[in-house]
Design a protein around this ligand. Structure first.
Ligand code: ATP
Ligand code: MG
Length: 341
């Protein structure tokens, strides 16, 4: 990872906007565990519940359930709440306070160019919430209120990290300080953009209305196998080289998923399966996916049986988070000229 003058610190967040998907796991969460276990960085992981009310207002009980289940997901994949700081965003008020400052740094033009805004607001932007438009400044605050230097995310979040860098640079420039780090996105692995199983041109999302489009970390072995069997593909066999996947987004997606689950390169998948038809390859992929994911699902179910313990973990994580965010927000307010007495 690139070095900066700031203490290396990893931050990433996930919205409790539905069940976790294979895309969240392969694109982002797998990296969280690797970075935590490397032990070279402080690692901070957040359930961004304030972001989860931007697209629609979920029923309150559902949001609470999703936040706890997301926490169970973090724990089940190997995040250790002693080694990492694990908490939900709304318990650390400095995120929203810093976001307000950044709302006054970011320009309307920058925000209007965000592809997530365009995708999620769709044709009816007039009816979208102001929160959905401001989503990326809150995300910049999530990162910068820790002075985080590295942000492991899926490919779809690259543009938001670039905006975070622009906000940090403009703040530093406007106030003549070197206060915020220019955070680096960490977008790695064979599946940085896992696609929708029914439409290889759209990314897999936990908030997609159709459950057939994604694999959830809580799906049973049967459900996983069935969704992979029914995934859209094409009639051609698997090619020998990666350029044989050009123009075949669904085929490329399944190859990338296989590679990421098996921890091998996509070319190595083709070395093993070139010439196979998808009927056959999908069976191998389903077996692999079930083997890797069923233990996560079982562990999540076990953890969800004790929601009070999850709430305790989140409360403790929030207290540890605030020990970092409160002084950074106070220094930001000082730089901006907010009076404290
Ligand atoms: P939503 O549909 O509510 O936006 P989501 O599935 O996109 O949900 P987020 O909480 O927005 O999930 O993103 C959490 C992390 O997962 C981010 O780092 C994001 O880049 C990553 N991610 C999300 N979807 C994918 C995907 N299909 N492939 C790879 N990474 C993904
Ligand atoms: Mg998303």
């Amino acid at each position: 990872m690139a070095q900066t003058a700031f203490t290396p610190r990893v931050f990433s967040g996930i919205q409790p906007s539905g069940g976790l998907t294979l895309g969240n796991y392969l694109g982002a969460m797998k990296r969280f565990v690797e970075m935590q276990d490397a032990g070279t960085h402080e690692t901070i992981f957040c359930m961004v519940d304030l972001h989860a009310i931007t697209a629609t207002l979920p029923p309150p009980d559902q949001l609470r359930h999703n936040t706890r289940e997301l926490c169970a997901g973090f724990l089940a994949i190997g995040i250790d709440p002693e080694k990492s700081i694990l908490f939900n965003q709304s318990q650390v008020p400095e995120h929203a306070q810093m976001a307000w400052i950044f709302n006054c740094i970011a320009r309307m033009g920058w925000m209007g160019r965000m592809t997530q805004w365009k995708d999620k607001a769709g044709k009816n932007a007039e009816a979208a919430s102001l929160g959905l438009f401001a989503y990326p400044t809150l995300m910049a605050a999530d990162i910068l209120v820790y002075h985080a230097t590295h942000v492991p995310v899926g490919e779809d979040q690259k543009q938001h990290i670039e905006l975070t860098r622009d906000i940090a640079a403009k703040f530093n420039h406007d106030y003549g300080v070197d206060f915020f780090p220019i955070a680096e996105p960490v977008i790695e692995g064979a599946a940085t953009r896992v696609m929708n199983l029914q439409d290889g041109t759209k990314k897999m999302s936990k908030s997609d209305p159709s459950d057939k489009t994604r694999i959830n970390l809580t799906d049973s072995a049967d459900e996983i196998a069935k969704k992979i069997r029914k995934a859209k593909t094409d009639p051609d066999p698997l090619p020998e080289t990666l350029d044989g996947l050009d123009g075949r987004p669904e085929a490329r997606n399944l190859v990338n998923i296989y590679a990421a689950l098996a921890d091998i390169a996509p070319q190595a998948v083709l070395d093993q399966h070139a010439g196979a038809l998808f009927g056959h390859f999908k069976m191998a992929l389903a077996d692999l996916a079930v083997a890797k994911m069923a233990p996560i699902s079982t562990e999540m179910t076990r953890l969800m049986a004790d929601p009070a313990e999850i709430d305790r973990i989140l409360g403790r994580g929030a207290a540890r988070a605030r020990a970092i965010t409160a002084p950074i927000l106070a220094r930001t307010y000082d730089i901006v000229g907010m009076l404290r007495s």
